[in-house]
Write a protein that binds this ligand. Structure first.
Ligand code: PNS
Length: 160
C-alpha cells in the first residue's frame, strides 16, 4: 500500500506552538509527516537553518511518524523527490487565505500535489514567528507561544 505522506513546509524562524499544533494534527492524518525548513539565502533570519532544524527535531521527538529536513528551490520538487502527495498548511485568518490559495493552485498546476488547509487553533490565530521575534527582541514575554526550548534559545540569542 502507498505510504500517505505530507509535508509541513516553512521558514520556522523559530518554530512556534502554532506550527507544532499543525504538525501534530497532520501527524494524525498521514502515515508520515516531513517538516521541511526552507533554505532561503536572500532572507535574513534570526536562527540558522541548522538551529531551526534542531529545534524542530527536539520539539517533534514525541511523534514517531514525523521527521525534519531542509530544502531549497521549489516545494513541489521536494515533494517529488520524497514521494510526498500533500502539502499541509495552517490558516490563521482570511488574510492568510489569499496568498495560500495562490500557492496551492500554483503547486497543483506544477505537479498535481494537493494542499490541505487546516484552521489554526484559535489559541494561536494571531501568532507568527515574526511577531514572536519582535516581542522577544523588546523584552516582551512569549511564554506559552513557543516551546520552552525556543524560549531559552531566544533569550540566549537576544541577550548575547
Ligand atoms: O513560513 P513561511 O515563510 O511562510 O513559509 C513559506 C513557504 C516556505 C511554505 C513557501 O515560501 C514555499 O513553499 N517556498 C518554496 C519555494 C516555492 O516552491 N515557491 C513557489 C510556491 S507556489
Amino acid at each position: 500500500m502507498t505510504t500517505r505522506r505530507a509535508v509541513c513546509p516553512g521558514s520556522f524562524d523559530p518554530v512556534t506552538n502554532g506550527h507544532l499544533d499543525i504538525i501534530g494534527r497532520a501527524a494524525k492524518l498521514y502515515d508520515e509527516v516531513v517538516v521541511a525548513v526552507l533554505i532561503n539565502k536572500t532572507k535574513s533570519s534570526l536562527f540558522s537553518v541548522e538551529e531551526r532544524v534542531q529545534f524542530l527535531k527536539e520539539c517533534t521527538s514525541n511523534y514517531s511518524n514525523v521527521r525534519v529536513d531542509s530544502f531549497h528551490g521549489l516545494i513541489v520538487d521536494f515533494c517529488r523527490e520524497n514521494d510526498i502527495q500533500v502539502i499541509a498548511k495552517g490558516l490563521r485568518a482570511v488574510s492568510d487565505f489569499d496568498y495560500e490559495l495562490k500557492m496551492a493552485q500554483m503547486n497543483n498546476g506544477l505537479s498535481q500535489v494537493e494542499t490541505l488547509f487546516m484552521p489554526t487553533s484559535p489559541l494561536y490565530s494571531f501568532l507568527s514567528s515574526s511577531l514572536v521575534k519582535e516581542v522577544a527582541t523588546f523584552g516582551g514575554d512569549v511564554t506559552g507561544l513557543v516551546p520552552d526550548l525556543v524560549l531559552e534559545k531566544l533569550r540566549e540569542k537576544l541577550d548575547a
